[in-house]
Each structure stands twice: as structure tokens, then as C-alpha cells.
Write a protein that binds this ligand. Structure first.
Ligand code: ADP
Ligand code: TRP
Length: 356
């Protein structure tokens, strides 16, 4: 198949901190695996990260960190276009243009907006209705403002996708609503101007159920805001400590008993990190009540380290090589801008913006 016939895949990650093994198994490892078969575009969404007003130092540091982690985990700039969102100014211009066709109401009804607005206003998820929140948003307390960037977050994400004319967008479940809005905006734009400019993007079908990497605190998924993460960049000592502190129970009380959630979670991690033989051996030990959770955790820690240590070493090497990092992103920006500029020119023309 020739290069330009490959389907365009695009995904971005906000630069808000280090990548954890949930990001690795749930997203990054899969991105690495499809680089040969698709026209892959992976970017760091630093403009989206600005919606939470990070300090300039944090923003700068996080962009560099994620970039190094992408590369260390196996994203290959020879195969994929790897770029920083803010290096493509066409995105910002098209964001302004697309916003003219986006309703404030549909943005305000987005789940992620309501969640984030609640956070800004300092209210817990249950104690105020959507109407109360809306009242507070348009109220006068300027210390608690919900910024307009947060509201228009889905427009910016739609532009990321549409400006590259991507058709496959691998994202987590929480982003599916944004993808649905992207399709709606694409349809609306096409039909308003009577053009066929934007394809409608869909989620990437991996052909298997999505992986949910659990945390080590007994319940729920591993996530940045959960504070239960094992990071790719964790020092081996830190990683071992985190695994050894994982929540367990009092052990199986009878042969073949059902597993509690914390133990099932440990086995889930073991399945991601260890060999099938190791998993089978511990399952057998659980079934016949001879299991010692300490042994299970030690094994899990070592098997996770076998994955993360080489990545961690590469992260540190790459972080020390500013020249290489600069080269990767300037090449990525050049490629991403080429397609973005072509789409933006079409959009400007379709909307009637022209030079005299
Ligand atoms: P976080 O939840 O830590 O803020 P993000 O929302 O930035 O992580 O997720 C970036 C990508 O990593 C998404 O594609 C998401 O599906 C994947 N991901 C994040 N956490 C997990 C997890 N615990 N299990 C599987 N995939 C995950
Ligand atoms: N909103 C996504 C998240 O929080 C990140 C993102 C921004 C993105 N633009 C995108 C993902 C475009 C896929 C495609 O995870």
C-alpha cells in the first residue's frame, strides 16, 4: 500500500504530568504497535493543558517529559509524526473559525465541562444541580471563574482531528463524547457550506475489549488524579515500595473461593506484566490456598521492572539530549503543519475569507 493511502490515525495526550502504566498498557503500547500500518500522528496537547492554568515552568517541563516518554516507550519519529500542538499555529486559527459553528449550550452540556467547572467552582459532584452550576458560572465571583478555554475544549479537540482529516482516533472512554461532538461539528460544517471537506472520525477499533489497568489501592482504575499510579519513570526502589504496599485481604479462606477486588486487581497487573506460566502458578496457589501475597507482589514488582527499567533508562537518556528532542519536534511540526495548512486554506476559502 502506498504511503498516502494509509488511514490517518491521530491521538493526543495532555501534558499534565508523567505517564503511568495505565497510559502505557491502555494506550502507548498499542500506538507503538500500529505505527507500520497507519499514517500515525501523535501529539502533545499543550494548548489543552493550558485550560487548567499551569505555571509556565510546569507546562514547559511536562511537555518535554511526555515527549521523552513517548519516544522511550517506542514511538518512532521515522514512522509516526510526533509533534507539539502549539507548534501548529493553524490549529489556533481554525479553532477560532470552527467556534462560529459551535453552540455554547452543547459545550456546556458536555460531561467533562461540567466536571471541570465543578472543580473550578470548588463544589463536589453531587451537591449542586446543573442549573446551580450554570448560575455560578455566569455569576460575578471573579475568583472562581470558569475560563472560556475550558468551555471550548471540545472545539479545540475537534480541530486537532479535523485539521489533519484523521479518520481513526484512539482515545479512552472518557473522550468518546468529544469524538461524537467532533463528528457533529464536521457534519454541520460540511452541510452548512455544502462541501465534503471533513471526514467523520471514529474511535479506533482494537478488535479486543479495552484494557482497564487498576490502581494498587484496592479499587478503581489507575489514574493521575487518583494518586495511585506506577509511573514509567519511577525509580525501581519506589516502584517496589508501591507494589509491596498494595492493598490485599486476609487470604483465601477455602479452596477455589472468589477473589476480592484488590486481589483480582493484582492478578490483572500480573497478567499484563508476567508470563502466562507465572500467572498460572499464582492462580493455582490462590485456588489451593497456599498463596503468599508477599511472593505475588515481589514477582509482580520484578516483572513490572523488567518492562519499566529499560524505558526509564531511555527516558533519562532522551531527556538529556535536547538536540534530538528539538529535531524530533521540528520535523513533526513541519509534517503536521503541511496538512494543517492545506486544510486551513480550504476552510478559509469555503467560509469566504480571501485575500485581495
Ligand atoms: P489519566 O486518567 O491518568 O488522567 P489520561 O486521561 O490522560 O490519563 O489518559 C491518556 C490515555 O491513557 C487514554 O487513552 C486512556 O485511555 C489511557 N489510560 C489512562 N488510564 C488508564 C488505565 N488505568 N487503564 C487503561 N488505559 C488508561
Ligand atoms: N482531550 C484528550 C484527553 O484529555 C487529549 C486530546 C486533545 C486528544 N486533542 C485530541 C485526543 C485529539 C485525541 C485526539 O485525553
Amino acid at each position: 500500500m502506498s504511503e498516502n493511502k494509509k488511514e490517518i490515525v491521530l491521538s493526543g495526550i495532555r501534558s499534565t504530568g508523567n505517564l503511568h502504566i495505565g497510559n502505557y498498557f491502555g494506550a502507548l503500547k498499542k500506538f507503538v504497535a500500529i505505527q507500520d500500518d497507519y499514517d500515525c500522528n501523535f501529539f502533545i496537547a499543550d494548548l489543552h493543558a493550558l485550560t487548567t492554568n499551569p505555571s509556565p515552568e510546569d507546562l514547559h517541563k511536562n511537555v518535554k517529559t511526555i515527549l521523552a516518554e513517548y519516544l522511550a516507550a517506542g514511538l518512532d519519529p521515522e514512522k509516526s509524526t510526533i509533534f507539539i500542538q502549539s507548534d501548529v499555529p493553524e490549529i489556533a486559527e481554525m479553532y477560532l473559525l470552527l467556534n462560529m459553528h459551535v453552540g455554547i449550550g452543547e459545550l456546556m452540556r458536555t460531561t467533562s465541562f461540567k466536571d471541570k467547572a465543578r472543580k473550578c467552582l470548588g463544589i463536589s459532584t453531587t451537591d449542586e444541580s446543573d442549573e446551580d452550576i450554570e448560575k455560578q458560572i455566569i455569576g460575578t465571583d471573579t475568583n472562581k471563574r470558569v475560563n472560556a478555554g475550558l468551555l471550548t475544549y471540545p472545539t479545540l479537540m475537534a480541530v486537532d482531528i479535523l485539521i489533519q482529516k484523521a479518520t481513526k482516533v484512539p482515545v479512552g472512554k472518557d473522550q468518546l463524547q468529544h469524538l461524537e461532538l467532533t463528528r457533529r461539528f464536521a457534519r454541520r460544517f460540511n452541510s452548512f457550506y455544502g462541501v465534503d471537506l471533513f471526514p467523520e472520525p471514529t474511535d479506533f477499533d482494537w478488535g479486543c475489549a479495552p484494557i482497564k489497568v487498576p490502581g494498587l489501592d484496592g479499587s478503581g482504575k489507575m489514574g493521575k488524579s487518583e494518586g495511585n499510579c506506577i509511573y514509567l519513570a519511577d525509580d525501581p526502589k519506589v516502584l517496589r515500595k508501591k507494589v509491596m504496599r498494595a492493598v490485599t485481604d486476609e487470604g483465601p479462606q477455602a479452596p477455589n473461593s472468589a477473589m476480592s477486588e484488590p486481589i483480582a486487581n493484582l492478578f490483572c497487573l500480573l497478567e499484563l506484566a508476567s508470563t502466562p506460566e507465572t500467572v498460572a502458578q499464582f492462580r493455582q496457589a490462590y485456588a489451593d490456598c497456599s498463596i503468599r501475597y508477599g511472593d505475588l507482589k515481589k514477582q509482580l514488582a520484578e516483572d513490572l521492572l523488567a518492562i519499566t527499567v529499560p524505558i526509564r533508562e531511555r527516558i533519562n537518556d532522551i531527556l538529556a539530549d535536547d538536540d534530538y528532542l528539538r529535531k524530533v519536534v521540528s520535523r513533526g511540526a513541519e509534517r503536521a503543519r503541511e496538512r494543517a495548512a492545506a486544510t486551513l486554506a480550504e476552510v478559509r476559502q469555503v467560509m469566504g475569507i480571501r485575500k485581495f
